[in-house]
Design a binder for this molecule. Structure first.
Ligand code: APR
Ligand code: ZN
Length: 251
């Protein structure tokens, strides 16, 4: 198996997409590793507009537990390696994550696109309200504890649920379309549109570009056939030695 570092030349652009797998070695469980259950909840029950409408107390109990859990966890060597790469190639690097934890930021990454939202933010549940999402570390353990917006509606987690539109998709697609290297780490390739981003690399290659896509994780993802290379192993095993920035060409 190929374990050579990927050489990043001057002017090459790198986009990394991470999923739950990169936080696994920090102690945050992935979604699809327990028979369709996510920390003992059916995903749709806690991560859909229907689940929220049916039982907002249950949804907030779940995300409150995730908030409390994330605080106990620390970034791992893979998070830090991505921060290191950003510090070396700056604007030529984009980090996109499906994760709602803040381990990338705490690992030193500066620019992180959270396409599925962030655990540390809440917002008004009324999309017409117009107030901005805000920092919120509170835990809401029951339905009566849920804070209200000034407009009177409940506040909800700033998380993209099933059936909702991910954030920043135009920016994300533009970044993938202009990159030379797309590295995907620790995601099962089962949730769209994230799982479809790699197909933009195929579009570029069809145009004659040398762009390539590499997957890193302990098992091939569902969309494995879209990658030019798969590196099997955990994020902490692979990512810290994955990139080689050619010294003379580092910014
Ligand atoms: N290092 C790297 N990858 C790992 C590790 C590890 N130590 N451990 C597990 N993995 C891989 C698994 O092989 C799996 O492919 O991480 C992936 C986790 O897959 P999922 O649980 O499906 O998580 P993810 O793909 O991030 O889920 C996507 O689904 O529930 C929604 O919005 C939620 O962002 C989430 C989205
Ligand atoms: Zn409001």
């Amino acid at each position: 198996m190929n374990s050579h570092p990927i050489s990043i030349a001057n002017h090459q652009r790198v986009v990394v997409l991470t999923g739950a797998g990169i936080s696994a070695e920090s102690g945050i469980r992935t979604f699809r590793d327990a028979g369709g259950l996510w920390e003992n909840h059916r995903i749709e029950e806690v991560a859909s507009p229907e689940g929220w409408a049916a039982d907002p107390g249950n949804v907030w109990r779940f995300y409150s537990a995730r908030r409390a859990q994330a605080r106990e966890c620390v970034p791992n060597a893979a998070h830090r390696a991505l921060a290191d790469l950003e510090s070396k190639i700056g604007e030529r690097f984009e980090l996109i994550t499906q994760n709602v934890d803040d381990l990338h930021e705490r690992g030193g990454s500066i620019r992180v696109l959270h396409m599925h939202g962030e655990l540390g933010l809440s917002r008004c549940e009324d999309p017409t309200c117009g107030t901005e999402p805000f920092l919120d570390s509170r835990l809401y353990e029951s339905v009566d504890m849920i804070a209200r917006c000034a407009c009177g509606a409940r506040i909800r987690p700033h998380i993209v649920w099933f059936g909702e539109e991910p954030f920043e998709m135009h920016r994300i697609q533009a970044a993938v379309l202009r990159c030379d290297l797309f590295v995907v780490i620790g995601t099962s390739g089962s949730v769209y549109p994230a799982a479809g981003l790699v197909n933009l690399i195929a579009t570029r290659r069809a145009d004659g570009a040398t762009a390539r896509a590499i997957y890193v994780g302990p098992e091939p993802p569902l969309n494995a056939s879209s990658f030019q290379e798969i590196r099997l192993g955990t994020a902490c095993e692979i990512v810290p030695t994955l990139f080689h920035v050619r010294e003379s060409e580092a910014e």
